[in-house]
Design a protein around this ligand. Structure first.
Ligand code: NAD
Ligand code: IPM
Ligand code: MN
Length: 357
């Protein structure tokens, strides 16, 4: 039972507030020798610009590369909007350096969350966005901005599409055997290219029901009939946009975690939202996205679904009791929600222990 090495990047604005919550829950669930780990906190994003003049200092990158998993809260904000190298550039760089090409963003409306969802949902909603994360218009060159015009480049190489497509289809076989490719193949060359390549790979998965949707229509369906989706496969920019939209139909963007993974090396776990400068310092940030990121890490990087389940059960319990932050219409603080999650974990452990004497 080796000690798990976890890099911790708290980042900016609400980043440190929710990271503290995530680490407290990790500590609680690990108690009594249940999980051995060591954390390595490093500056990242705006905090690292202030400390070291670079959003991704070499030391931070090295720590991440040497770790078994990485926890990241959120970076960026108005303080660095005019920086020469913005915090966001550090985020893109770490994704690229660690080759984290697949970003998994779950959208599920649990029974506990139902009352907070802004949409009508008779049928269960449970889908996953598989977002390509290290290519597309985020990384394509040339990129230029002059006085008269600006230029970005959307480029995809065949291998970049193939590897994420295989991952999406494999994931579908462990879920409900349905993949939807979201693109703009009626306009974009890159999208037509995706369709060809994904269509070919789909033939290797006859048990998987494969369909496609244009991104504008997909944005509509996520609101009107989200129960039709299982695995949404899409490129970088569309995945960014659709994942915030999908998060919000569950009740709050502040509750959704994500995992970014490559073919080997450490995976990175982070909320899908940003640093929420508008609410930073008020102690009211929803910690659930970060706490769920911790659960996702335990399940996926450390094969500890048992601990992840304890955490998600506790979150559902606390949500049902309506101990929630203002993003979900409640009055609880970040610290109160975190404390309630921890008590719920402890109570369940205690009653399990007393039931089994
Ligand atoms: P945001 O996601 O930070 O916030 C959008 C809205 O959601 C805000 O009203 C915010 O208060 C709310 N919100 C987000 N997380 C919440 C939480 N946990 N609890 C309660 N409410 C929450 O998006 P933005 O305001 O457009 O961006 C702010 C900064 O974050 C920008 O610099 C952006 O580039 C950066 N950003 C970083 C990441 C990341 O670190 N992965 C992701 C997205 C945006
Ligand atoms: C996200 C964020 C990032 C992205 C930004 C901050 C670069 O919005 O993780 O969703 O666009 O990928
Ligand atoms: Mn985003």
């Amino acid at each position: 039972n080796q000690t798990a090495q976890i890099a911790v990047l708290a980042g900016d604005y609400i980043g440190p507030e929710i990271m503290a919550a995530g680490l407290e829950v990790l500590k609680a669930v690990s108690e009594d020798g249940k999980f051995n780990y060591q954390i390595h906190e490093e500056p990242f994003g705006g905090a690292a610009i202030d400390q070291a003049g670079d959003p991704l200092p070499a030391q931070t990158l090295a720590t991440c590369q040497q770790s078994d998993a990485i926890l990241l809260a959120a970076i960026g904000g108005p303080k660095w909007d005019n920086a020469e190298k913005r915090p966001e550039a550090g985020l893109l760089q770490i994704r690229k350096e660690l080759n984290l090409f697949a970003n998994i963003r779950p959208t599920a409306i649990s029974e506990a969350m139902r009352q907070y969802s802004p949409i009508k949902n008779e049928n269960p909603v449970d889908f996953v966005i598989v977002r390509e994360l290290t290519s597309g218009i985020y990384f394509g060159t040339p990129r230029e901005k002059t006085a008269d015009y600006a230029l970005d480049t959307m480029r995809y190489r065949k291998e970049e599409i193939q590897r994420i497509t295989k991952l999406a289809f494999e994931m579908a076989t462990k879920r409900r055997n349905h993949v939807t490719l979201v693109d703009k193949a009626n306009v974009l060359a890159t999208s037509k290219f995706w369709r060809e390549i994904v269509g070919e790979i789909a033939q290797d998965y006859p048990q998987v029901n494969y369909d496609t949707s244009y991104v504008d229509a997909a944005a509509m369906k996520i609101i009107s009939s989200p129960d039709q989706f299982d695995v949404i496969l899409t490129e970088n920019l569309f995945g960014d946009i659709l994942s915030d939209e999908s998060a919000e139909i569950t009740g709050s963007l502040g509750t959704i975690p994500s995992m970014s993974q490559g073919s080997n090396g450490p995976a990175l776990y982070e909320p899908i939202h940003g640093s929420a400068p508008d609410i930073a310092g008020k102690g009211i940030a929803d910690p659930i996205s970060m706490v769920k990121s911790v659960a996702m890490m335990l399940a996926n990087s450390f094969d500890r679904q048992d601990l992840a389940t304890e955490i998600t059960n506790a979150i559902n319990e606390v949500i049902s009791q309506q101990v929630v932050t203002p993003d979900l219409g409640g009055h609880a603080t970040t610290k109160e929600v975190t404390a309630a999650i921890i008590s719920s974990i402890k109570e369940s452990r205690h009653s399990y222990a007393t039931d089994n004497v």
